[in-house]
Write a protein that binds this ligand. Structure first.
Ligand SMILES: NC(=O)c1ccc[n+]([C@@H]2O[C@H](COP(=O)([O-])OP(=O)(O)OC[C@H]3O[C@@H](n4cnc5c(N)ncnc54)[C@H](OP(=O)(O)O)[C@@H]3O)[C@@H](O)[C@H]2O)c1
Length: 253
């Protein structure tokens, strides 16, 4: 018996990294998964892993920057599976030319659309379904960059992730009376494909010292298993060897 037996969980960005690990962890606890990303192949691979472990998973590719596709995906999931109990709104992106000395207007649009607008489209699409069923849980993967400025991630990403954190809190402020809970999850560096977009490549030693996707998957599973009267409003999870702190310490030495 899993703690999430029979719950329907929609994970975005489920084909890799944090989303893949979250989907596998939630399925291991008994949830029925719907996996979304733009590319179908990685989603099929994750679904196959879940099914091989005895779990249940459906694949629904879509581009979350297109609000009509997001609305359609949420409607189809609710029609097919009856409800959406857990949303892990996790998809996001960064770009190489991210700092003020290089960023283009197109790059700014990408960062806002892929990290903030898409997250708001997904929350909006799920909100009516959760209200109608009497509640639900949303977990939004923001970032440490959603509370801090400076450092590796760049101004557009930081602005968008600050928006995601604010959005998540606003859901609790407006929707707690409808049984809807929202968590802003703020990871530090996690060893996932998004780090390939870093302007300065990372060494295998640096990647090994970071959080691994399974660490964040386990945190997401834990949040999803909290009872309905508990709301985890915001959670920071970082590597113990936090490179932004280490850089600050080394500058002082
Ligand atoms: N890794 C870190 O250090 C770190 C730290 C803090 C926060 N985060 C955040 O964690 C989340 C997950 O990232 P990750 O680290 O796991 O990297 P990742 O492996 O690159 O995952 C990002 C996922 O988002 C999907 N995606 C991107 N744009 C999409 C769109 N328009 N529509 C649908 N799906 C889309 C991608 O799949 P497709 O390409 O197939 O669409 C991909 O599976 C992101 O929000 C990221 O900002 C990461």
């Amino acid at each position: 018996m899993g703690q999430l037996d029979g719950k329907i969980a929609w994970v975005t960005g489920a084909g890799s990294g944090i989303g893949e690990a979250a989907a596998i962890a939630l399925a291991g606890e008994g949830a029925v998964l719907v996996l979304t990303g733009r590319r179908k192949e990685p989603l099929d691979d994750v679904a196959a892993k879940i099914k091989a472990a005895g779990g249940k998973a459906h694949v629904h590719p879509c581009d979350l920057t297109v609000s009509a596709e997001v609305d359609d995906a949420a409607e189809q999931i609710a029609k097919r599976l009856g409800r959406i109990d857990i949303l892990v709104s996790n998809a996001g992106a960064n770009i190489v030319d991210r700092h003020w000395n290089k960023i283009s207007a197109e790059g700014i649009d990408t960062l806002i659309n892929f990290n903030l607008s898409s997250a708001m489209y997904v929350a909006r699409a799920v909100m009516g379904i959760m209200r109608a069923q009497g509640g639900g849980l949303m977990i939004h993967t923001a970032s440490m960059a959603g509370r801090n400025t400076g450092g590796f991630s760049g101004p557009g990403y930081q602005a968008a992730k600050h928006g995601v954190v604010a959005m998540s809190h606003s859901i609790n402020q407006e929707e707690c009376i409808n049984g809807i809970r929202s968590t802003a999850l703020l990871p530090g560096e996690v060893n996932t494909p998004i780090l390939k977009q870093r302007p300065n490549p990372l060494s295998p030693e640096e990647l090994a010292r970071m959080l691994q996707p399974e660490d964040t998957g386990e945190v997401i599973r834990w949040i999803a298993c909290q009872p309905k009267h508990v709301c985890i409003n915001e959670m920071w999870v970082t590597p113990a060897w936090n490179r932004s702190y280490v850089a600050a310490i080394q500058r002082k030495l």
